[in-house]
Structures are given as C-alpha cells and as structure tokens.
Design a protein around this ligand. Structure first.
Ligand code: XMP
Length: 506
C-alpha cells in the first residue's frame, strides 16, 4: 500500500481516503516513525503530507534522509515538498505574503505525475513558505506564480506545493491516481467485501467460544461494529444499551426494533434515566455536566457488564480517525471541550479489546454497514455526542426540559428527511435555551422557552459553516415547533460558524 507520513495537515485523512477509494490500501503514520518500521510495511510509495510548520524552524519536523534512497517513490505535498527540497540541498524561503486559496497550474514540463492533467487547472494552495531553489537533479514541472511542482524522475521523487487531495484542486484526483498507479504501480487490493470476510474470520478466531460485551449507542460506529461481530459470533455478543434519559425521542425503541428485532441481536436495555437526571439536578456548568454523565455511564456499564458472566472481550466502535488522532504527534491541543464517547472504555475494567473497525475511515464504515444490510437511513445518521441532550438543554437539566427538547428536535429532523435535506447537512439538532420570552397564542399571553435550530456543514468537524437552509423550510420548522411543542414559543436559527463558535452550544 501507500504510507502517508503525517506532518499535521488538516487534510491528511483526505489523502488516505482518496487512495482507498482507488481500492489501494493506505496507512497514516506519524512523521517520526523510524524508517525501519516504515520499510517493514513494504510500501509501494510514500507521501509526505502538508503541515503547519516551517522547515527552517528550529525544531522543524524532519524525516530520515535515507527515505529518498530506498527506490520507493516519494511524493511531498506542500510542507512535504518543501521538506524534500530542504533535505536534498535546495532552498526554502519565507514567501512574501503566503498564498491561500485557488491558483492556476501552468505545466512547464510534463512528467508521470502530471500526465493527462490539463493546462491551467485550478489548484488549492495553503502555504507561507515556498521552494526558492531546486535541489540538484530536480526539474521544474509546474508553476503557479510560485514553484508549484518539481521532480527527480530518475529517483522517482515528486513534489507539489498545492493540495491535490482537496476537491478544489480540479485535477488533484488525477495526480494522486498517477502517483499511485503510474509511478508506484500499486495493486488494487483494498475491497470492503474482502474486509468483511477477513474480519469475520479474525473475530471468530480471536473470540473462540468466549463472550463479548458491547456498549450499543445507536450511533453508526457502535452499530456497524455490533452487526459485524454478530455476524461472526452470533449470540456470544452481548450488547448493552443504556437509556440515559438524554437520548433523542424514542431512541430506545428504535434501537431495540432495528438491532434487536431486525438483526436478532442480544441487547439488554438498561433504563437509567432517573439515575442520570438525579445526578444532574441543579448542575449548570457544561464541563461538570459532561463529567457527571461520563462517570455515571461508566458506573452503569460496569454494573451491567458484571452481570454477564464469563465475558472476556469488550468490543468498541473505534474507527481509523480515532487511531490516527491518538497516535498523532501534534501534541495535546488546548482542551476546548472535554469530549468523551459514552461507551468509552472504563479504564479499570479487565477486558481484552475487540475493535473491528480500527482500520476504517467513516465513509468505509458506512459502506460496510450497508453491505451488512443495515438500512441506509441508519448508516447515514448524523453524529450524536456522548453526553446527548444533557449538553443541548443549556444550563440545568430536568426531565421536563428534556421532553420539550426531544419533541422540538424530532420535528426538525423529521422535516429535514421529508424535504430531502438530512443528508445535505452534516449535523442538525435543536438546543433549548433556559431563557423565557413573551409571546401571544390565540388571545393568551405566553411566557415560554426559546429553542435554537442548529445545522452545520463540515467535512472534519474541526471547522464548520452554518447550513444555508431555505427560508421556507425554516418557516415550516419554526411554525411546527411553536404550534406542536408546549413549552416553546420562540425559535431562532443559529448562524454562527466554527470557529469561533462550536457546533454544540456547550
Ligand atoms: P463542537 O461542539 O466541539 O463539536 O464543535 C464537534 C463534534 O463533536 C461532537 N461532540 C461530542 N461528541 N462527546 C462526543 O462523543 C462529547 O462530549 C462531544 N462534544 C461535542 C459534536 O456533536 C460535533 O459532532
């Protein structure tokens, strides 16, 4: 496959996904992975990713120079190209103003990488530094105002200053394809049907006749993991579904219906609403609420799993981006919100882990899910945060507020489906503000809560824009919520981007 060395660009996962879409295996490793370890994997090609730093900085992120001497093709993207130039004797200068956004690619000398790429295609730039002098043995292949693409064809070393992996680079896909197939001669050996077969066999082998526990949340990852494991070992899989009282409307019924009845999975529904709500009573601080919900979940899950005698494995829906995130060398970034996944591993538990989706990107998890027969609608659900409605009822949480929010949220989501908008947005929900305002209904004065409708579009959930939903649609949602949900007399639409806002309100 192709190894991608991670220098911290926000687009790295995109490179990996693009290659896998071509049915070629790709793996993302930290930039400082020892060369020997990289070579053990027998890569057909290596990609050096973009990254936020400068090769001229004091503690610049480097690679072992010998990486260029292995006869393995190397493609440097953005920082990766600058690093290549820097390490092989060229020069990298601070640009005058940096370059962000679209540029036109003028090809001055075609090579294998640019084969079939048309002149003046748009490419996506995002850099400050630029290559100012080519290393010996390198030729200039394309310009865009700056040096945009270079290569040493003899040694099969290539560099591009722009980001071919983002969709704004019109011919980017073509270039990655050229690198993967023309230059690296990689095999198409990554097929999700094979993945299912292979993983089912591995699970059988690993689990034997032991029992497996899995915390089902109704979310995509845990559900696909559950169905995959169930396919392998049937009733040896014991799912625990905790109703925290902070779930979406009728979520418990839906999960039992979809996975219990339809897939005949062995699921224990644990009704714990009161425990959660009583622990939350009187607590308004978002971080404290998160902690309480997380801790309580661990307690409930712990108690329940102890009831399942002889369980040896704990299954989790960990996916590849989680793995990349945890191995990343970016260092601990400032804690903005302490995220946790309800269903996360309580540390003191003594189980062996079973993580059958560890190698998959989200879109691959979805494909596997559909392949396994999970209905499309379930596989394409929006993400839902572990603390659930506990952080969407702002401030203090109680059963009545949760009920009001569930009703409003359900209307919004229903309308999104009805109007064919659900899959056009990345995450949509309603937030309940602890603010009352005056309204009039019939001839009565009302004094009730305000609901905020929130919908975001994003690729990676790190940055997001608010969804440009049609006014008519918003009007329908607003009227329905105010008319049908007792307790809300005003609806607002959140038009904040992330950053500086976040997707959730707490
Ligand atoms: P923010 O609000 O930080 O959210 O822009 C980004 C994404 O993360 C989800 N989120 C969470 N998920 N536990 C989770 O499992 C959490 O505590 C949590 N907080 C936020 C949020 O729904 C969005 O998809």
């Amino acid at each position: 496959g192709i190894i991608i060395l991670d220098f911290g660009s926000q687009y790295n996962q995109l490179i990996g996904r693009r290659i896998r879409e071509m049915e070629v295996y790709s793996e993302i490793l930290p930039f400082n992975t020892p060369l020997s370890e990289i070579l053990e994997k027998k890569p057909r090609g290596i990609i050096l990713s973009g990254g936020p730093s400068s090769v001229n900085a004091e503690n610049a992120h480097l690679v072992e120079k010998e990486i260029y001497e292995q006869g393995i093709p190397v493609l440097g993207i953005c920082y990766g190209m600058q690093l290549t130039a820097h390490l092989l004797g060229g020069k990298v200068a601070k640009g005058e103003k940096g370059e962000y956004g679209k540029a036109h690619l003028e090809i001055v000398k075609e090579n294998d990488l640019l084969k079939g790429v048309y002149q003046n295609s748009i490419v996506w730039m995002s850099h400050f530094d630029e290559v100012s002098q080519l290393p010996a043995g390198f030729e200039l292949n394309a310009k865009s105002g700056v040096i945009a693409s270079i290569s040493n064809p003899e040694k099969k070393i290539y560099g591009v200053q722009f980001h071919p992996e983002v969709s704004h680079s019109e011919e980017g896909g073509k270039m990655i394809e050229n690198f993967v197939f023309e230059i690296c001669k990689a095999d198409k050996n990554w097929k999700l049907t094979n993945y299912i077969e292979k993983t089912v066999a591995e699970i059988k082998e690993k689990v034997g006749d032991n029992k497996v526990i899995l915390g089902l949340s109704g979310g995509v990852d845990s559900s696909v993991a559950a169905v995959l494991i169930h396919k392998a070992i049937g009733d040896q899989l014991n799912c625990i579904f905790v109703d925290t009282g902070l779930l979406r409307k009728d979520e418990d019924k839906k999960v039992m219906e979809n996975y219990g009845k339809h897939f005949h999975m062995n699921i224990k529904l644990v009704e714990a609403s009161e425990r959660f709500l009583s622990k939350l009573a009187g607590v308004g601080d978002p971080e404290q609420k998160r902690k309480i919900i997380g801790n309580e979940f661990v307690h409930v899950f712990d108690e329940e799993s102890k009831k399942i005698e002889g369980a040896k494995f704990l299954a989790q829906g960990t996916i590849y981006p989680d793995v990349i995130e945890s191995q990343s060398v970016k260092g601990p970034s400032a804690v903005i919100k302490s995220h946790h996944n309800v269903g996360g591993l309580p540390e003191e538990m003594e189980f062996e882990l079973l993580e059958p989706l560890r190698e998959l990107f989200k879109d691959e998890v979805r494909k596997v899910g559909e392949e396994l027969g999970i209905p499309h609608e379930l596989v394409y659900r929006h993400p839902f945060p572990g603390p659930g409605l506990g952080i969407r009822v702002l401030g203090e949480v109680d059963a009545e507020k949760v009920r009001i929010l569930q009703e409003a949220d359900d209307i919004f989501i229903e309308e999104l489906y009805k109007n064919d908008l659900y899959e056009k947005v990345s995450q949509a929900f309603v937030v309940l503000l602890p603010v009352k305002s005056v309204g009039v209904m019939g001839d009565e004065r009302t004094y009730e809560y305000t609901a905020v409708v929130r919908s975001a579009n994003t690729i990676d959930f790190m940055t997001a824009t608010w969804s440009r939903l049609p006014y008519e649609f918003l009007d329908t949602v607003s009227s329905r919520i105010i008319n049908e949900v007792r307790g809300i007399n005003r609806v607002a639409y959140d038009i904040s981007s992330k950053p500086p806002a976040t997707i959730e309100w707490e």
